[in-house]
Design a protein around this ligand. Structure first.
Ligand code: SF4
Length: 498
């Protein structure tokens, strides 16, 4: 009896020609061609295979044909199903935008006890007055956070040094937790602290509310102490001791650190990575100096050229890979974010690398004086005297802030797919628009990509990522896959380790 549920197998045979789907491409230095598309898929082809593909000469049914078809670089017949599958893939990549800003940054005080030459926040003196948030402002800011449409929010305390205003941090945490309990939202807490004035009371409180600790560690004492002094002394010994206390009390997974690259870091790539390993930290985030606050003023003395930063980045990354090959698990934070964007179907809510921009769409900042900004960088700019990206005040309602003219401007300039230079760039699916940085560095929200340092950095680091992805060693591939899990603290059971 004929099976009427299925078509005849012959009807699944593809014949005739195929159609190209939209994609971007770039010829790589080694002669291969990298193709990417809006859904974030990529494929690396030999130059001859690429030429055959675009000329329509690829044999239908060949392995290369199916490789390209399964990744939506070509289609046999363009129909509603093809469009639906591609749209669903794109929607998954852009899911980070659903629900609005999830990261809500609070600045309980701008006062700080350290004197870092590269401070981007334009800190105030530890004894200065007029730089602490009032309870009334804090209460309104918490209400705004809970009025936002995101179901799961992160409340992050920044500064200045937030532990200098610990009573307020405690009150804000308790208040937010109480108000969340009466809503359907969930909340997690993060405190960004220099860890120089940590007490047992702080630790008990962090534990009680499961507050994750994020700190700064620039490397060994001779680097960290010069970058991050307190008066005439260094802070390295205190910070290292307090990282250990936090790990013991809160669990290693609740403590992270990042480093800022200065001219003092350049000759110390290995020492910096070793410092993180000695502390049992599973990730080192290599960050360049940002052009805000005191960092902008001290860039000549402390900063380094983009070329030197990239050399440093590559050296540190190669060392990290070498250590992983020997069985020590540690990842580089920025590379891990990029690899998650490249190797998984999902987007990543990292503000600098979002399109539409994360500024105002993924993050909102409530400053100590009640002003509300589209991002941390937006308030850093305001502390420098330019309040362009102030959305309003905590006394405004949520809809007024989020529909402000400033947000409209950011939205208009914040979609990389529509920006000159980005719209046909091969790295577009993994990159971001970052209009506030371009406003700051180029005086224009849209910016000029050929002369943009952000763009040059992105192209260089994404180029390194694809060099690694092309690396034929299974060890390297296992390591990169291991970095996709941000909570991993040991190496996967890769066969080459046994
Ligand atoms: S910023 Fe540069 S690297 Fe990123 S998508 Fe735009 S052109 Fe490409």
């Amino acid at each position: 009896m004929a099976n009427t549920l299925f078509h005849d197998p012959a009807s699944y045979q593809e014949a005739g020609s195929y159609r190209l789907m939209p994609f971007q491409f770039e010829r790589r230095p080694n002669g291969s061609v990298l193709l990417t598309n809006q859904g974030g898929e990529f494929l690396i082809l030999a130059s001859s295979a690429f030429d055959e593909f675009v000329a329509g000469r690829l044999a239908i049914g060949s392995p290369k044909y199916f490789d390209l078809k399964s990744r939506h670089f070509l289609t046999h017949k363009f129909n509603a199903t093809t469009a639906r599958v591609a749209a669903s893939q794109w929607r998954t990549k852009k899911a980070f935008i659903e629900g609005g800003p999830k990261l809500h940054i609070f600045v309980p005080t701008l006062r700080c006890n350290q004197g870092c030459g590269y401070c981007q926040a334009s800190r105030a003196d530890i004894h200065a007055s007029g730089y602490d948030m009032s309870k009334q402002t804090a209460s309104s800011a918490i209400d705004l956070m809970l009025a936002s449409s995101a179901q799961a929010v992160t409340m992050e305390f920044q500064g200045g040094e937030p532990l200098l205003a610990f009573d307020l941090v405690r009150w804000m945490t308790e208040t937010a937790a109480d108000r969340v309990a009466m809503s359907r939202k969930t909340i997690q807490f993060v405190i960004c602290t220099n860890l120089t004035c940590l007490t047992e009371a702080h630790l008990d409180f962090f534990k009680q509310y499961n507050i994750a600790v994020s700190t700064s560690l620039d490397g060994p004492a001779h680097v960290h102490d010069r970058n991050r002094p307190m008066g005439s002394s260094g802070t390295h010994a205190t910070v290292v001791g307090n990282i250990r206390r936090c790990q013991e009390s809160l669990g290693a997974g609740n403590v992270s650190a990042l480093m800022t690259t200065t001219v003092r870091s350049l000759a110390n790539a290995r020492g910096i990575v070793d410092e993180y390993i000695a502390l049992g930290l599973n990730s080192v985030f290599i960050r360049e100096l940002n052009p805000y606050g005191y960092a902008a003023k001290s860039a000549k003395a402390l900063g380094c050229s983009l070329e030197n930063f990239l050399l440093f980045y590559r050296e540190a990354l190669e060392y990290i890979l070498y250590l992983n090959q020997g069985g020590t698990f540690i990842n580089e934070g920025y590379a891990s974010i990029l690899l998650r964007k490249i190797l998984t179907p999902f987007g990543v809510g990292f503000v600098d690398l979002q399109s539409p921009t994360g500024e105002g769409f993924g993050v909102i900042l409530y400053n100590h004086d009640g002003s509300v900004y589209a991002s941390d960088e937006a308030r850093m700019l305001a502390e420098m005297g330019d309040p362009t990206f102030c959305l309003g005040h905590v006394n405004d309602d949520w809809n007024t802030l989020i529909a402000s003219d400033t947000m409209r401007c950011l939205g208009a300039a914040g979609v990389a797919e529509a920006l000159p230079g980005c719209s046909d760039c091969v790295y577009l699916p993994y990159c971001g628009a970052d209009p506030i940085r371009h406003y700051r560095t180029q005086g224009d929200l849209i910016g000029h990509r050929p002369s943009s340092s952000f763009c040059r950095k992105q192209k260089a680091i994404l180029g390194i990522m694809f060099d690694l992805i092309e690396d034929p060693s299974p060890k390297v591939q296992d390591i990169l896959l291991g970095w996709l899990n941000p909570n991993r603290r040991c190496l996967p059971g890769a066969p080459w380790l046994s």
